[in-house]
Structures are given as structure tokens and as C-alpha cells.
Write a protein that binds this ligand. Structure first.
Ligand code: HEM
Length: 527
């Protein structure tokens, strides 16, 4: 009986095995035919790495996608096609192709994709960063150019930048008394948070040590939002790439975005109410004052309260981390390369001397400092991928067909760090920005830390001014050295991927006064 069953099972297995063999062969054959047919008749896509079913090429991104993509470009070239989950992407990693998408085809590539972050956190893309091309985008950009990031407004906030820098120098010198090393990362973040929040809201919220400080519980909760934001925005939201998994909210990012939006909403509602109840003296308006007082444009468009809130969220989150990295990396590089620090300080002594303090009107006469900041935004690159974009129509790039709705990643890190475009890219050398025979020309698109085209960063001039003004005063007022026993080459310059490249190891310095002591007293710096 048992033997009979075994025989029957064996026969069934043989039959099933041969059927499954034929079915399998037919399925594979059909798939190959479909692929060959698609290849022959479909668009000629750029080359790219292997894509697995469902997840596509996501595993190729690794934990440091800016470096992984740079490495992949060695095999597939400067224009790659990658299916990330179910979303088609192209990856651009050369100045020529960056120029093509950011300038020549700007009308096709200037829109942003609709993402979960834009929908959930920015009230359905009602901010600037996530707004697709359309009337709202135009209105917000116009507001940036005509009302917010104007030379007049930059001038107005000079006193705030000075106050924040003076406070930083005082805190640093006090903390370092007796040769004690201090981690500067958090101090820099505090200073830049307050710089941006004073610009936007007229108040400081971090550190609770300045005048104009709001120390309420709501304010303290508010200053934690950018930190959480950086983690969410720098990671992968699974539902963006695999929309069928969105209901599961794997990793809980969507829930977190909702909570953050609610917290931000409570904070901004309070700020707006407060601003509505006052009339600022002319020349003292912060960004909230300006946005609330904006007249309707020629077409009668006026910003709604939700749009003002989303825009303020943009400016807060787009401004704080970026400006912090914009001063952190130059400082770190100068600690790693004392020969360049010496040159910056020699320039400061030659232009300003040691019997007065730096004034912002001195900045145009400090080219070496400016070149140092530029070089530190090249290497590593504060914002490694420009913000994502999406093609509004089908187009051709470098002879390849790019379908409508393809997303664009411009790997600015790769463009800034490839030996094809820079000689010795791994060498920190500010002088490459000072060579009259070989100038770095904006129209070449090989240096794009602030992006390009009509989506280029609107805060560029303000951020540059903050970095130059801060570093000039710091390096003029302080001698900075490394903790005892630490050599310049021990300063860790490795960075972890996110919206901005963040340092992995905190930077420790020892600061001592560099100028006659009387000058600190005159400047209100208590030692
Ligand atoms: C060192 C400092 C900064 C760096 C490196 C930086 C970099 C960038 C980059 C790469 C983009 C994307 C551009 C593109 O897609 O082509 C961007 C966009 C943007 N940045 Fe900045 N940024 C900095 C400072 C600031 C500041 C201070 C603010 C405001 C307070 C700001 C607000 C924005 C906004 C609102 C956008 C979106 C623009 C749009 O989509 O039209 N950024 N920034």
C-alpha cells in the first residue's frame, strides 16, 4: 500500500517536474521576448545598473548614495538611468549634462515631483521647495527676489549677524579658558539657528542666552523640529518609491511628518498672531512682517495663511542646517590645513590690522577667505544632491530618450569631487578659486553648491554673507588650535549622507584671544 503510494507520488512528481520545466522555460522565453521587443521599439534610455523586480536599483544606492553614484558613473557614464522602486530616475554627474538640465532644458526640468513630504508636511506642496511649476511657485520666487532676499534686507540684518557672532566668540573664549578643548558643532548650530530665526521671526529660540529670546516651552519644542526634519528628509520614505506600500507607513515617517507639521503649526499660529498685533518700525521688519504685509500681485494673487506657514517652514528648514554646514566645513578644513588658516589670518591682518574689528564692508577685500569658503562647499559639498526635479515633457539628453515624468538627481557631490573635472579633487586648495588663468566660471556648471536655473537657492547671498562675516570675525578675534596631542591630519572630515552632508565626528578646538584685550572689552565681549 505504502509502496504503491510512493510510486504514485514519484510519477506525479516526474510529470509535475516536466510540466513545470516547460512552463518555466515558456515564461522565461516570453519575458526575454518582451524585453528584446521593448529594447528595439521603446525609448533609448541611458545606461544604468541592474534593476531587481519591485525594488529596482535601490540597493545600488547604499548608505552613502552620493559616493555610490559617483562610483557607478565610472562604469555607466555621467548620465545614468535608474528605476528606484517603481519610479524612473536619471542621475546627472557631469558639468555638461548639469548645464543641459539646469539651464538649456530648465523649462522642462524646473518642476518638483509630488512627494509624501510635500503633501503631508507642506500642506499639499504649498511651499516653495516642493511647489510644482505654476502660479504659486512664481509668486513665492517673486517674493524672494523683491521682498525677502534683497540687498536692503541683508543690510538690515547686519546688526543681528554681528550680535550672533560676538556672542559665539564670547562663549567660545570663555569655554576654552585654561586651554580646555570645546566641541563647536552645537555652538555653530545654535548661532545659525538664531541667525535664521531672527531673520524670519525676529527672535532667537536656541540656547536661551540672547536678548530677544523666546524661552517658552513651545519655542523650545520648535527648535527641536529641524533636527527631526533632517533625519526624516535625509532618509528614504518607502511610499515615495513603492506607492502600494504607503498605507503601511514603514518606518513611521509619514506619522512623524504629520506630528511635526502639527507642532510647527502651533508655533507658527502663535508667531503670526503676535505679528498681526504689532506695527513694526520701518526698516525693522522680519520675514513674517513682510509676508503678512504683501500686497496682491498683478493677477490679484495673495498668499493664504497656509501658504505663508508652509513657506516659513521651508525657509526655517532650508536655512538652518545649510548655513550651519556652510560655516562648519570651512572651519573644519582650516583646522585640518593650518597652512591655509595662516593665509586667511595673514589676509585679515593685512586688510584690517589688529587695532579694529572686522566690518562687513571689509568682506570684498578678503578674497582668500571667500575662496576658502567656496572650496569647503566644493569639498565635501554641503547639499550633495540638489533638490529633486521631474520632467514636464519627454526630451532628449546626450542622444538618449527621457520620458515625461522622469525624476532627476543631480549629484553635485560627484561633479565637485571627480578627477575628470577638477585636478586633485581630494586636495583642499582654496587657490583653485583664485587662479586668473583658470577661473571657475559659473556658466560651466562644474561648481553648483546652490543649484542652478530657476530653482537655484534663493538664500545664497544671505548664506554667503553669514559665512563670510562669521568666519572673518572668528579668525580675526581668535587663535584656534587643536586639543593637545591631536595633529591636523587627525581631524576627521568624513560625512554622513542627508539633505546636507553632516560631520560624523564632532570638531574640537581650543580658542585663545588674538587681539589686544582692550578690543574685546570695547566690543562687549566678556573674557
Ligand atoms: C550654505 C547655505 C546653503 C546651501 C548650500 C543651499 C543649497 C541649496 C540647494 C542646492 C538648493 C536646491 C537648488 C536646486 O534644486 O537647483 C536650495 C534650494 C532652496 N534653498 Fe538653499 N542653501 C543654503 C542656504 C539657504 C538659506 C539661508 C535659505 C533660506 C533662509 C535657503 C532656502 C532655500 C529654498 C526655499 C530653496 C528651494 C528653492 C526652490 O525650489 O525654488 N537656502 N538650496
Amino acid at each position: 500500500m505504502v509502496e504503491g503510494m510512493q510510486v504514485a507520488i514519484g510519477k506525479f512528481a516526474d510529470l509535475y517536474g516536466s510540466y513545470s520545466y516547460y512552463i518555466g522555460t515558456a515564461v522565461v522565453g516570453l519575458l526575454v521576448l518582451v524585453l528584446v521587443y521593448k529594447k528595439l521599439t521603446g525609448p533609448k534610455l541611458p545606461p544604468g545598473p541592474f534593476a531587481w523586480p519591485v525594488i529596482g536599483s535601490i540597493p545600488h544606492m547604499g548608505t552613502q548614495p552620493h559616493i555610490s553614484l559617483l562610483n557607478l558613473s565610472k562604469k555607466y557614464g555621467p548620465l545614468m538611468y535608474m528605476q528606484l522602486g517603481s519610479v524612473p530616475h536619471i542621475v546627472v554627474q557631469s558639468p555638461e549634462i548639469a548645464k543641459e538640465v539646469l539651464r538649456t532644458q530648465d523649462h522642462i526640468w524646473a518642476s518638483r515631483p509630488l512627494t509624501i513630504t510635500g503633501e503631508v508636511f507642506f500642506y499639499d506642496h504649498q511651499d516653495l521647495l516642493f511647489a510644482p511649476i505654476g502660479p504659486l511657485f512664481k509668486l513665492l520666487r517673486k517674493t524672494c527676489v523683491n521682498a525677502l532676499f534683497t540687498p536692503k534686507r541683508n543690510q538690515q540684518f547686519q546688526a543681528v549677524r554681528k550680535e550672533m557672532t560676538t556672542l559665539f566668540i564670547q562663549n567660545l573664549l570663555q569655554e576654552c579658558k585654561g586651554g580646555k578643548p570645546v566641541e563647536v558643532d552645537n555652538m555653530l548650530k545654535e548661532t545659525n539657528f538664531n541667525n535664521i530665526s531672527r531673520l524670519l521671526y525676529g527672535k532667537s529660540y536656541y540656547g536661551l542666552k540672547t536678548k530677544n529670546t523666546d524661552g517658552s516651552l513651545k519655542a523650545r519644542e520648535f527648535h527641536e523640529i529641524p533636527e527631526v526634519w533632517a533625519k526624516v528628509a535625509g532618509g528614504v520614505i518607502v511610499g515615495d518609491y513603492l506607492p502600494f506600500l504607503r498605507p503601511l507607513d514603514i518606518g513611521g515617517c509619514e506619522a512623524l511628518l504629520k506630528t511635526m507639521r502639527e507642532e510647527f503649526n502651533v508655533f507658527l499660529t502663535g508667531v503670526i498672531e503676535e505679528h498681526r498685533q504689532r506695527v513694526p518700525a520701518p526698516g525693522t521688519e522680519d520675514f513674517v512682517d513682510v509676508l503678512l504685509a504683501l500686497p496682491a500681485d498683478d493677477q490679484g494673487h495673495r498668499l493664504t495663511e497656509i501658504q505663508i506657514k508652509s513657506f516659513l517652514q521651508d525657509l526655517t528648514l532650508g536655512g538652518i542646517d545649510t548655513t550651519t554646514t556652510g560655516v562648519f566645513w570651512p572651519l573644519l578644513q582650516l583646522m585640518r590645513h593650518p597652512e591655509h588658516k595662516k593665509k586667511v589670518q595673514e589676509e585679515l591682518d593685512a586688510v584690517i590690522g589688529r587695532d579694529r574689528l572686522v566690518d562687513e564692508s571689509d568682506l570684498p577685500r578678503l578674497p582668500y577667505l571667500r575662496a576658502t569658503i567656496k572650496e569647503a562647499l566644493r569639498m565635501p559639498t554641503a547639499v550633495p544632491f540638489l533638490a529633486p526635479r521631474e520632467s514636464l515633457e519627454a526630451c532628449k539628453i546626450a542622444g538618449y530618450d527621457i520620458p515625461k515624468g522622469t525624476r532627476l538627481i543631480v549629484n553635485a557631490y560627484a561633479i565637485h569631487n571627480s578627477p575628470e573635472f577638477w585636478s586633485e579633487p581630494e586636495k583642499f586648495d582654496p587657490e583653485r578659486f583664485l587662479d586668473p588663468k583658470n577661473p571657475v566660471k559659473p556658466e560651466e556648471f562644474k561648481y553648483i553648491p546652490f543649484g542652478g536655473g530657476r530653482r537655484m537657492c534663493p538664500g545664497m547671498d544671505s548664506a554667503t554673507l553669514i559665512a563670510e562675516s562669521f568666519l572673518a570675525s572668528l579668525l580675526h578675534c581668535c587663535d584656534l588650535s587643536l586639543p593637545k596631542g591631536m595633529r591636523p591630519q587627525d581631524v576627521d572630515s568624513s560625512a554622513s549622507f542627508g539633505v546636507t552632508l553632516a560631520p560624523i565626528t564632532p570638531l574640537k578646538v581650543v580658542a585663545t584671544p588674538r587681539l589686544p584685550l582692550k578690543m574685546y572689552k570695547d566690543a562687549g565681549i566678556a573674557l
